[in-house]
Design a protein around this ligand. Sequence first.
Ligand code: NZQ
Ligand code: ZN
Length: 386
Amino acid sequence: MNNFEFKNPTKIIFGKDTIAKITTEIPSEAKVLLLYGGGSIKKNGIYDQVRAALSDIETIEFGGIPANPEYDTLLKALDVIKEEKITYLLAVGGGSVIDGTKFLSAAALYDGDTPWDILEKGIKTEEGMPFGTVLTLPATGSEMNSGAVITRKETKQKLAMGGPGLFPEFSVLDPQVVTSIPERQLANGITDAFMHVLEQYLTYPIGALLQDRFAESILQTLIEVAPKVLKDPTDYKATTNFMWSCTMALNGLIQKGVPTDWAVHGIGHELTALFGIDHARTLAIIAPSHYKFNLDTKKEKLAQYGERVWNITEGDIEEKAKAAIQKTEEFFNGLGIDTKLSKYTDEYKGTAETIAKRFTDRGWTGLGEHKSLTPDNVQEIVEMAY
Ligand code: NZQ
Ligand code: ZN
């Protein structure tokens, strides 16, 4: 196992009817900006619960943060923060609203030329404006990590940012919010969390027995609850396990002391930037090709995953590894998620070259756990996913 340090300061408030607890988490003298997305929270009662909890705290609001949070929209929220002298941010939404809020937390205290530099120059945020979250969509893990991904439509870019100053102070996880989530987003959430685990687990053995079993248990839990959540999002037992699995998949714990990959996310973000495909679906498109392309370097962990998670008992290491990739693709297909780019766009030809060129231009020459994947390799992986 590699050396590591682990600190995660986010307080999790988990369970039924917990939204009211934000009252005691936000300082009473704060001036709050409540941030939300396209308005789902006004239809499912979450907005009313949040507003009731904030009744004694000075609050103004900013709605309309789109899925794949857009830089231009966030700049308008930044103006509000500055004009209104906001001191505390509250994100009420899924990964997009929470990520947008993280960008604002960083940008509010940033004194450089343009806040876009935080993304383009990869500036780490050591200190941001304090914020909390009320999670409405289990998927990204953003509610308990310090990363964010921001989109700029104008230039078709989708870039990541983060830093130790960007952990939420608290996150409220009430699994009852799952009740109103459309099936497409439920399938996305399961897939995104599943892929977060695979990106931190499907590398090479390093003797981290506990981290491997953390990862496998999250995968097994997701596989077990996925059909139940999709069939009946009011099934509280299933949704509690779904929600906690998504958070645990990307709160930093399972990646400590082990190599991580993240190439699937790197390539997937480009597919969202180019075609607007939902984040989770881009991962389901790229993952099978990525694992097939890198079979040689990943086969031991792939076979372990096949044995322990999918109960594959037949064949040698390579056969088990291949069967595990097949099982993964079938799992995504079973959630209603297509795993070929051509199912999402007719304009797919040339995508591989475009993405390879973008990586070359950015100087991204060593992706994957061995930092060995070149833009040419990425081109091949994307072509295999057509
Ligand atoms: O905008 P509203 O009206 O809220 O509707 C949203 C949106 O249309 C809807 N929704 C959310 N909660 C709902 C609900 N509808 C009904 N009932 C509810 N309770 O769902 C739609 C999608 O929401 P979004 O926040 O975009 O989804 P998700 O949570 O999947 O977030 C995706 C974003 O997170 C980034 C992705 O790249 C993408 O931009 N990621 C962030 C990560 C992180 N910070 O750690 C890691 C991930 O790998 C990912 O990259
Ligand atoms: Zn993801």
